[in-house]
Write a protein that binds this ligand. Structure first.
Ligand code: SF4
Length: 406
């Protein structure tokens, strides 16, 4: 059969006009039934506050988070008893709900705990600064290469059994560096800097690679947003230079609560995501973990990385506004917020409204006092009295076959 070559070339977007976020290419890392990296949608994580020894409470908390969209749930395992409790938690979840990918946080001198917990859950998070704990010497003025290497050797010995266990079970590890808990030898060698954070992660990655284990996710969190941004950017650059393609887990630690906690997290996470960096995120708030999930989804939706809700475009209102915009937006939202996938615009007037609806699927626009017009894309469909506006919008969406009952 003859194949015809296209005679016209499709237009190429110059880079300065390109509005697509080009995500950094990473390897897929499997965590239970969820994949991090490899071009998969950015994964949302959070962490329960329950003591893992409280089996019932932990099962309920994990389920609560999972039901509202948290795709991987983190728990802490400060002791061997906690690690063992996870076997029961997993079993209860499977019996009464469904399998949920769990990551367990192992900190101080956690080798035995990590080995135990690795049997029960999908991913272990270790903190390189604390995995082999060196007591800081207050009077130290230098770190010799011999001392540096000696501890490096101890880390290798301690990490090896965990790496082998995870590798042989096809499970994953997060190498979770924290700016606030860098090991003393990293601080002496590289300073309290993003470079120290990156080198700390690389040391652990190299040990894993030498044992042929590559189911790795890396994080470099800091409570100061610019530090965290610099560390992730440097890590991505170093990994590119070294031919490494591990997915990155983004987060700002101790972001606090309320509006500022959300903005601070967003400033760090969204800046990196817009650069194409990041495969999984956690927004850490000093609030109930359930409050973190909507923030994660809002960040991803705002950047066009995931669509989990209706995208509302609304003008800020001004002297031309023909109705109470806040009230009408709330009414439209209440009627349509379940129609995930749609873009709906609510604009105060026809002067600028239709032109600024940002290609929304539907527009609700002030036409003249007491009347609004409904648009499908850029086409004006019907003018109705304001009090019939929301009802007519629903009818229009129904006519188009895009309505589903809440
Ligand atoms: S769309 Fe109309 S009402 Fe809304 S801000 Fe612009 S000019 Fe004002």
């Amino acid at each position: 059969m003859q194949t015809l070559e296209p005679t016209t070339k499709s237009p190429v977007t110059p880079p300065e006009f390109d509005t697509t976020i080009r995500r950094r290419k990473t390897r897929p890392v499997q965590v239970g039934n969820v994949t991090i990296g490899g071009g998969h949608p950015v994964v949302v994580q959070s962490m329960i506050n329950e003591d893992t020894l409280d089996i019932e409470g932990s099962v309920a908390a994990i389920r609560r988070l999972h039901e509202i969209g948290c795709e991987i749930v983190r728990v802490t395992v400060p002791s061997l008893a906690h690690a063992k409790a996870l076997a029961e938690i997993k079993e209860k979840l499977n019996k009464t709900y469904q399998p949920v990918p769990i990551v367990a946080d192992v900190h101080h001198n956690g080798m035995k705990i990590a080995l135990e917990v690795a049997k029960h859950i999908e991913k272990v998070r270790i903190n390189p600064g604390l995995y082999v704990f060196e007591k800081p010497k207050g009077d130290r003025s230098e770190y010799t290469q011999a001392e540096f290497d000696e501890i490096g050797e101890k880390i290798r010995e301690t990490l090896e059994p965990l790496v082998i266990s995870l590798r042989d079970q096809g499970k994953a590890m997060r190498i979770g560096v924290n700016h606030g808990s860098l090991a003393e030898r990293m601080l002496f060698t590289y300073g309290d800097t993003p470079l120290g954070m990156v080198e700390s992660a690389l040391e652990f990655i190299r040990i894993c690679e030498s044992l042929d284990f590559r189911n790795l996710v890396v994080s470099l969190k800091a409570s100061r947003t610019p530090v965290m941004i610099a560390a992730y950017r440097l890590m991505a650059k170093r990994m590119d230079e070294l031919g490494m393609d591990y997915p990155l887990h983004l987060g700002v630690t101790e972001a606090g609560d309320g509006e500022y906690g959300r903005i601070k997290s967003t400033a760090g996470i969204a800046t990196l995501l817009a650069d194409g960096i990041g495969d999984t995120i956690r927004v850490s708030l000093t609030e109930a973990p359930e409050k973190e999930i909507p923030v994660c989804y809002s960040i991803l939706q705002a950047l066009g990385l995931r669509k989990t809700m209706v995208e509302y475009v609304a003008c800020p209102s001004c002297g031309r506004t023909l109705f109470n915009l806040e009230e009408v937006l709330a009414k439209v939202r209440a009627a349509t917020s379940h129609l995930v996938g749609l873009d709906i615009a609510v604009m105060g007037c026809i002067v600028n409204g239709p032109g600024e609806m940002a290609d929304a699927d539907y527009g609700y626009v002030g036409k003249q006092p007491g009347y609004i017009s409904l648009y499908r894309g850029r086409e004006e469909i019907i003018k109705v009295p304001e009090e019939r506006g929301v009802e007519a919008l629903i009818d229009l969406i129904k006519t188009d076959g895009r309505w589903v009952d809440p």
